[in-house]
Structure formats: C-alpha cells, structure tokens
Design a protein around this ligand. Structure first.
Ligand code: URP
Ligand code: ZN
Ligand code: ZN
Ligand code: ZN
Length: 467
C-alpha cells in the first residue's frame, strides 16, 4: 500500500517547508519535492498544513474503578481522539481490582481494549494499589514497554492515594531502571481541611470544588515530589499543572537542573473556574476535575510556560464521564467524580487559542502536542515526527475552517463537551494512521478499528536533561 500526500506545507517541531510525503507499508519512505511514484492513493494537501499525528500523553479511556461509580466512556470511544488529530493516545492502566499492574496491563490490552482501539496506544502504569510487589513490577513494566508510571499524591483516603513512604520507594526503584515517574500533585491534607470546612457550613454546590482545592496545595505537592525525585535521581513528570504557583515551582527546579517535565491540559489553558458557578448542579458538575480550573491569569502564565519550556507537554486528561455518573447521588461537590472529556479538542484548542492568538508558533504546537510527548514515552521517532522511517501518522490541517464547538461537531463519546459554545478556527481535515485514511473532510470514517499497542523505550525525555 502506497499513499502520497502532495503539495502540503509540513510543520515539524523545528521547521516549516513545502514537500510531498510518501508512505509505504505504514512508514514514511520519502519526503521531497514533486514526488511522482505509482500510488494506491494520492491526497492533495494544497493550502493545508501537514502535521505529525498528535500524541496525547494523558487519557483515561476507562474507569479508575475505585469508587464503584465511575466508568468513563470506554475504548470504543477512542475514535474521538483520531477525529481531533491524535493518532496515539497514552492511556493510564490502573490496577484492576485484586490484580497487580502487569496482569492489569495484560487485561487492558487483551480484554478491555481488544478490538476497540481506533488510534494507536502506548501506556502509563498507574499504581492504585501499592504493595511491596509493586517495586518488583517496575523493571517488568519497563521491560514490557511501559517506561512511565503515575502516582496519585491526592485522593486520600482511597487506595489511589500514595503517601510519602510509597512515593519514595517507587521513585528509588524507578530511577534505577529508566522509568519516568509521573505525579498527580495535590496535598491531600490541605484538601481535607478545606473540603470538610466547607461541607460543615453546608456549602455543597460544585463551585466549592474549586474553592477547596487551593493553588498552594498543588504547589506544595509539586515541590515535595521534585525534592524526593532529586534525592533519588528519578526523573519526574508533573501532570496536569493548573496554576501559576505550581508552574513556578517547576520553573525554578528546572533552572537548578532538576529532571522534571511539566504537563498541562487544554482546559487549564482556555477555561476558567467560573464555569462551576452555574447554580444548576447538572451543568456545573461537568467542569469538576482535579486540580480545579483556575483564573485567567493562570491561563496566561501557562501559555508563557509553554513558550519557555518550563512546561513541555499538553495532554488532554480525557475522562469522559457521562452525566448520570457525574451526578449519581447527593448534590455534593465531594461526590462528583473528577475529570473532563477532551481527547478530541487538544489540537483545536492549541490552534485556535494558541497559534491564532499569537501565543505560540506552529512549531511549538507540534512540539507540545506530538514530539515531546512521544519523547517522554520513548516512542519517538516512530511517533511524533515526520521523518523517513516514522509511522505514517499525519494530520492534514485546514486553517480556513471556522466553527463553533458543540458535542455534535466535536464529539467526546458522552453527552457534553466542556468547550461547548467556543469558537474554533482550523481543524484536522484528513487524518492518516500508519498510512490509512481514518478521517476525511473532518469526519471519522468508521473503519474496522486497528489501533495497536506501541511499546515505549526507557530513559525518556526527562533523562535528556541530565548533562
Ligand atoms: O480530574 C481528573 N484529572 N481526573 C482524572 C484522573 C486524574 O487525576 O488524572
Ligand atoms: Zn491526576
Ligand atoms: Zn488524569
Ligand atoms: Zn443530575
């Protein structure tokens, strides 16, 4: 199978040039001007940009499964990522009930996602049930192609929560085998004090979610995690950074040479906390995620951080939680499962509110949405690059498209889109996954799904900071 993409303007993380791209047997085989070879398919990309397929560093396509309530829309909704220009998701594999991480990975790959994956998928382990066996599993996960693991420093008192003892033990082991540790950084006791105080006053509306997750609680946990990571020589990725205070801790640590990579998400870049002020519980609960949405000033600072590489990656943190699960019991902010959908809107948000507003360049967009996440996960240059030998994952981007985001135009796999009503400029017009056209005219072609597991190599991006 040979596919030729002609006349497009290629954008990479460092460059912009006009050239044709030939994909043969799933891989890019030629890049050059006026390529004329016998092909099965020719795509004219005149007037369009050609970007590497997006790599989403952060998705939860299935439940965290700890409260018995949340069951995020599953792997059969992963096509929403492809439609939005993401060809590789990096999904979190939590402990299945009663299973260790290696068995959970096997179960995810061979049972839960089997026959359902639309994009390709790499994986992060996500320890939600620490035992002493966890430490023995770390080298096995790395060997298997999962060189990253997330620990929750919040969500006390659920089994997700990792105290300092567990954090430290995992960091020591991970640093020995080339794993990058990822942390959800919020101080659990700050949350408890604030949340309980509000609840005692009878303040239970969704807006009390953001009022009880203060930036200092996030910044404290980020700074503790970095200090531990430094001491154990284990590279760290701080996921979903939401505020100035936390971003500044990372900025300072990087200046001092700490091996730390920051990730933020589209919702922290373009939405603010007042979305949760709606008195209608069923409206306001949609934006409940952790850390909480912040203020306009935080958004501005996060864009600045991306430009300085103080924060290097934008992941969606996709958690498509249907409304009946967001509001499953009492109207109490503490009962709302955390997370927002967004796997399909990462590129849209970065283009419309970043590139179009002059906040980031097109090259920076490619870097934070594809190249650097691929490097963090050890799947570069197979993914996240337009290069000879890379997978034929391409987004043919139409900068002329104009629209308004709705859940119909930008599906999430559930009944709502948290970016509903916002303007959108540009869209992924055509998307190729390993040379196969999977999106055409902005619509997902409902082909037999064929996403595959992509194993990652250890010693990813954060280790590169080691000089
Ligand atoms: O609110 C969020 N972020 N939910 C998803 C789970 C996590 O913490 O990443
Ligand atoms: Zn998290
Ligand atoms: Zn998450
Ligand atoms: Zn309801």
């Amino acid at each position: 199978m040979k596919t030729l993409v002609k006349n497009g303007t290629i954008i990479t993380s460092t460059n912009e040039f006009k050239a044709d791209i030939l994909i043969e047997n799933e891989k890019i085989s030629m890049i050059g001007n006026d390529l004329s070879v016998g092909c099965d398919k020719v795509i004219d990309a005149e007037g369009k940009y050609v970007l590497p397929g997006g790599v989403d560093n952060h998705s939860h396509f299935e439940a965290l499964n700890t409260d018995g309530v949340t069951t995020n829309a599953g792997y059969d909704t992963t096509w929403v990522a492809l439609k939005g220009g993401t060809t590789t998701i990096v999904d979190f594999c939590t402990n299945e009930p009663g299973m260790n991480l290696m068995d959970s990975v096997d179960y995810r790959l061979n049972v839960r996602s089997k026959g359902k994956l639309a994009p390709d998928m790499a994986m992060h382990a996500c320890c939600t049930d620490y035992t002493e066996e966890t430490l023995d599993e770390i080298p096995k996960l790395v060997e298997f192609g999962i060189p990253t693991m997330k620990l929750f420093l919040a969500y006390k008192p659920t089994p997700l929560y990792m105290d300092d003892y567990k954090l430290l033990k995992c960091l020591k082991k991970a640093g020995e085998c080339g794993m990058t540790m990822m942390v959800h950084a919020e101080n659990p006791d700050v949350l408890d004090v604030e949340r309980n105080a509000m609840a005692e006053k009878g303040c239970l509306a969704p807006k009390y979610h953001y009022m009880t997750r203060p930036p200092y609680g996030e910044a404290e946990a980020v700074s503790r995690a970095i200090r531990f990571a430094d001491a154990t020589d284990c590279p760290l990725c701080v996921v979903h950074v939401s505020c100035i205070e936390a971003a500044q801790v990372i900025q300072e640590a990087r200046a001092k040479g700490s091996l730390v990579i920051g990730e933020t998400c589209p919702h922290y870049l373009v939405l603010d906390k007042h979305k949760m002020d709606d008195p209608d519980f069923d409206q306001a609960c949609r934006w409940v995620c952790s850390p909480a949405l912040r203020d306009k000033e935080d958004q501005e600072y996060l864009w600045k951080c991306l430009n300085h590489d103080w924060i290097s990656i934008v992941g969606s943190d996709n958690s498509s939680i249907p409304l009946y699960q967001k509001h499953w019991g009492e109207e109490d902010f503490r009962a709302i499962p955390n997370g927002c959908p967004g796997a399909g809107d990462r590129l849209n948000a970065l283009w419309t509110y970043g590139v179009e507003k002059g906040k980031i360049t097109k090259q920076k967009l490619v870097d934070i949405y594809a190249t650097l996440p691929a490097k963090l996960n050890g799947i570069f240059p197979q993914k996240g690059a337009i290069d000879i030998g890379s997978d034929g994952d391409l987004v043919i981007f139409d900068p002329e498209y104009k629209g308004t985001i709705t859940v119909e135009s930008n599906p999430t796999g559930i009944e709502y889109n948290v970016f509903e009503g916002m303007e959108q400029i540009g869209r992924a017009d055509t998307v190729l996954l390993r040379g196969e056209v999977v999106v055409e005219n902005g619509e997902y072609l409902d082909k037999p799904v064929f996403g595959r597991f992509v194993p990652g190599k250890p010693y990813g991006l954060a280790y590169e900071l080691k000089k």
